[in-house]
Design a binder for this molecule. Structure first.
Ligand SMILES: Cc1ncc(COP(=O)(O)O)c(C=O)c1O
Length: 390
């Protein structure tokens, strides 16, 4: 199996490093970093922990949608992004992943289908499998930026399709769904009675020159569920807080809210200290986001500078997010290339197939990696392609 070969190469490299007394030069340059708590950012440690000490957390007062003041903090988050959201339409969940799972339960029976873009984040496959939902992919095409292939999307709608999922901005392609695309998605949903699921976990990480507009804003002609959470907004994935904000035509929305409440009431999965802390954590988001944007934009500039000197490696446009996609000569499989990068250059990257890229010649690099490590990692990748033969 592909992942296993790559995992083996990483394991062997680490064993070699340990055997040789952690010799310099054998460390792995990790261009797959996705855990912000291990990327050298300065967290307001005292503030984050103090927020967990609220005395209100000593009382259990279960509320299926989550505590009102936590949901009101989420409403403020949207108000700052020009979207009016009312607390009654918000459900707190422990993660965006859990939010997907609740929505699959709400919208689908076993064997029903949800359309999802490809390339995209691979976790969705497992989430759907657990809920007995079939994910059907629709292609994104790269032509002067990423776009939805609407002809293909329409062709993949069947009587079993219940929803279209959009990641906005998408991971790892880092592109926003454009306004015209939003209208077309809504048209297709209206025609076929589908719901729209919009994952906006990376919404706040637009690169300079690009603008983000939440699907929570504007009008909603079809049932729309906007998902987000603090794993990216405040870079605190370990604190486990996310949400679903629901929108849509009055009658359908009322029914969906009622049924979601049953799902939420069944689990009551949010814990009270985290809900008490959520308003303070969200209020501190900007401080984290500034650091992360400085890192991702800085690394993108480093990448561009290094790619200027190499005509075999190019990057695709990045509008937002924490990753960049590289186009490299497809001389072998992406898996083989990722293994060689570990073995010969000590660089760990995600091969494109991991995110469902069609064909070979795609690597995904994280822009979260600390800058010096990122630079050396990209130099390692470029070093593999000093001639067209790699
Ligand atoms: C697009 C996308 N959605 C959701 C998630 C999961 O977020 P959470 O930690 O809230 O489950 C990730 C994680 O990286 C992601 O990339």
């Amino acid at each position: 199996m592909a992942e296993t070969r790559l995992a083996c190469a990483l394991g062997e490299r680490e064993a070699l490093r340990l055997r040789s007394g952690r010799a310099a030069g054998l460390e792995i340059l990790d261009l797959t970093a996705s855990n912000p708590t291990r990327c050298g950012f300065a967290y307001d440690e005292a503030g984050i922990l103090a927020a967990l000490g609220d005395r209100e957390a000593l009382v259990y007062d279960p509320e299926p949608r989550g505590m009102l003041r936590a949901r009101e903090a989420v409403c403020r988050y949207y108000a700052e992004r020009e979207a009016r959201v009312i607390a009654e339409r918000i459900f707190l969940t422990t993660s965006t992943s859990e939010a997907y799972s609740w929505l699959f339960r709400l919208l689908c029976d076993a064997g029903d289908e949800v359309l999802i873009a490809q390339p995209s984040y691979p976790l969705f496959d497992f989430l759907a499998q657990i809920e007995d939902v079939r994910l059907v992919t629709y292609p994104l095409v790269y032509d002067h930026g990423w776009q939805i292939d609407f002809a293909e999307l329409r062709a993949r709608v069947t009587p079993r399709t219940k929803a279209i999922a959009v990641v906005h901005p998408n991971n790892p392609t880092g592109h926003f769904t454009k306004e015209a695309e939003r209208r077309e998605l809504e048209r297709i949903c209206a025609e076929h009675g589908l719901a729209l699921i919009v994952d906006e976990v990376f919404l706040d990480y637009a690169m300079s020159g690009f603008e983000a507009r939440s699907f929570a804003s504007g009008t909603h002609s079809v049932l729309t569920f906007v998902l987000s959470g603090i794993s990216k907004i405040v870079a605190l994935p370990q604190m486990k807080a996310a949400w679903i904000a629901a929108f849509g035509p009055r009658r359908e929305l009322k029914e969906a809210l009622g049924r979601l409440e049953v799902v939420a009431d069944t689990f009551l999965s949010m814990n009270t200290p985290v809900q008490c802390a959520l308003p303070a954590w969200l209020a501190g988001a900007e401080g984290m986001q500034e650091q992360i944007r400085a890192r991702t934009q800085g690394n993108l500039a480093v990448l561009d500078q290094l790619l200027l000197q190499n005509r075999f490696v190019a990057r695709l446009e990045v509008e937002a997010g924490w990753y960049a996609v590289l186009r490299v000569p497809a001389l072998g499989s992406d898996e083989g290339l990722a293994v060689r990068l570990v073995e010969e250059r000590g660089v760990s990257v995600h091969p494109g197939y991991f995110f469902g890229f069609a064909g070979d010649g795609w690597l995904v690099v994280s822009l979260l990696t600390p800058e010096a490590e990122f630079r050396r990692g990209v130099e390692g990748i470029c070093g593999m392609f000093v001639s067209a033969r790699g």
